[in-house]
Design a protein around this ligand. Structure first.
Ligand SMILES: *[C@@H]1O[C@H](CO)[C@@H](O)[C@H](O)[C@H]1NC(C)=O
Ligand SMILES: *[C@@H]1O[C@H](CO)[C@@H](O)[C@H](O)[C@H]1NC(C)=O
Ligand SMILES: *[C@@H]1O[C@H](CO)[C@@H](O)[C@H](O)[C@H]1NC(C)=O
Ligand SMILES: *[C@@H]1O[C@H](CO)[C@@H](O)[C@H](O)[C@H]1NC(C)=O
Length: 400
């Protein structure tokens, strides 16, 4: 029961995203809307980048972002072959040096817009870029449009979600293809790929074996192109804590164990540290693979089923707790004081949401900024932990 509400929200997004098309076949060309704000933010993003991202790598010309209709038909998203080998070969996550591949802080992108065009995705990315350099997406394609090029254009690293549709397996396959192709096109911006979100049985619709097979497909697709990006899965703390051999098998087969946990939904009032410790104790052999993929506290709404309340002050205090913890955790790993996970973490979420009418009222208030995206609820910094920016520029000039 830890995370029931958000699941509804995410599922609802999926329904909204795909209701306009029956068969998800990949990108379509969508005319980009004029957006003065987008153009201005893009100019800002470029001006403030230490080393602006190369636009030659993008799927369309950045110069058209404020004018007519950039075509994404020239995207490299052709059919790629993904074999369905069931052999599991995991990659050592420490072969991806944390300092060149990811940042300690990141934020989840629950889309601001309900009818996204590429212009809307880019607009969201540029708003996020004011306060973060790393984002987690639930979808690799949104409204049939691959999202990665827009995050890259805004100068953001990303972990890509492969959203899974039990009723439309072809959409899941399309998500896998887009995720793989995005990582191939933008390897230095793709921090990881997470296959599935809060969907392992019996809570969700997928068996451990199915999740492993889908992860393996993605891994095969990457390997064929010689691209090394870790492939994991995101599940709730409740499921990861199950004392079942099969969760150990899932952990074994995942390069990364993404865990979503919320002290806000804890009946026992557990803290962020307490929930993290439970996860780490459950998987002592996979400790270094564990990542916080969602945590947060709403700024408004009625008390939830655990009797936790929500207020602006509580949201701000929890955000500060999160930033402090995430930065300290990263420092511990980099200092090699101890072996442990948490190299990168993701706060839920950047934008306030459009919760479906059936969801509890607090669902719409997890955002760090108001729904229009223009007003941070409290002070947000630049997405770097102390000293991180300097370290990254030293090690990897091309990062930003
Ligand atoms: C969707 O795809 C299936 C199988 O590929 C096909 O039979 C069906 O006609 C398609 N539906 C639409 C609306 O294109
Ligand atoms: C988009 O969201 C706004 C605000 O919640 C709502 O008024 C509008 O009807 C929605 N549009 C669509 C197409 O869902
Ligand atoms: C399982 O699939 C059904 C049908 O698509 C869906 O309504 C439900 O939300 C899914 N459950 C989870 C946990 O994803
Ligand atoms: C929440 O508070 C109500 C009223 O104080 C109480 O009856 C209920 O048992 C509490 N629920 C939990 C989960 O603590």
């Amino acid at each position: 029961m830890l995370f029931l509400g958000i699941l509804f929200f995410v599922s609802a997004c999926a329904a909204i995203a795909l209701s306009s098309s029956k068969n998800f076949t990949g990108p379509t060309s969508i005319a980009e809307k004029d957006s003065t704000q987008t153009a201005e933010l893009l100019a800002d993003a470029r001006a403030s980048s230490a080393a602006p991202v190369s636009t030659s790598a993008l799927l369309f010309s950045a110069s058209s972002s404020s004018s007519s209709s950039p075509s994404i038909n020239s995207s490299p998203l052709g059919p790629i072959s993904i074999s369905s080998s069931t052999k599991v070969t995991t990659v050592d996550p420490f072969s991806f040096p944390a300092t060149s591949r990811s940042l300690a802080l990141g934020v989840c992108w629950a889309p601001k817009h309900n009818m996204s065009s590429p212009a809307d995705i880019l607009a969201d990315a540029l708003l996020i870029r004011r306060h973060f350099r790393q984002v987690r997406t639930f979808y690799s394609a949104y409204y049939q449009t691959p999202v990665m090029p827009y995050f890259v254009q805004a100068g953001l690293k990303a972990v890509l979600g492969v959203f899974m549709y039990p009723d439309e397996p072809s959409w899941t396959e399309a998500e896998k293809r887009v995720a793989v192709q995005s990582a191939i096109s933008f390897p230095s911006h793709t921090v990881a790929i997470y296959v599935g979100n809060e969907n392992v049985a019996p809570y969700g619709n997928y068996s451990v074996d199915e999740l492993i097979r889908h992860m393996q497909d993605v891994r095969e697709g990457l390997r064929e192109k010689g691209v090394q990006v870790p492939v994991g899965t995101v599940q709730r703390l409740t499921e990861w804590l199950r004392e079942k051999d099969e969760m150990d098998r899932l952990a074994e087969a995942s390069d990364l164990l993404g865990v979503n946990f919320y002290p806000y939904f804890s009946i026992d009032g557990e803290s962020l540290e307490a929930q993290w410790e439970k996860m780490v104790k459950r998987y002592p052999n996979h400790m270094q693979k564990i990542r916080v993929t969602e945590t947060g506290w709403p700024s408004a709404g009625s008390p939830n089923f655990a009797n936790r309340t929500a207020s602006h002050a509580q949201a701000e205090a929890y955000y500060q707790t999160y930033v402090k913890w995430a930065c300290e955790q990263r420092r511990r790993i980099e200092g090699e004081e101890e072996k442990g996970g948490g190299a990168e973490t993701f706060y839920y979420a950047y934008f306030d949401g459009r919760a479906p009418s059936t969801a509890p009222d607090y669902e719409a208030h997890f955002g760090l900024v108001t729904e229009d995206g223009n007003k941070p609820k409290f002070e947000l910094e630049d997405g770097f932990c102390p000293g991180e920016k300097e370290l990254l520029q030293e090690k990897d000039d091309k990062t930003f």
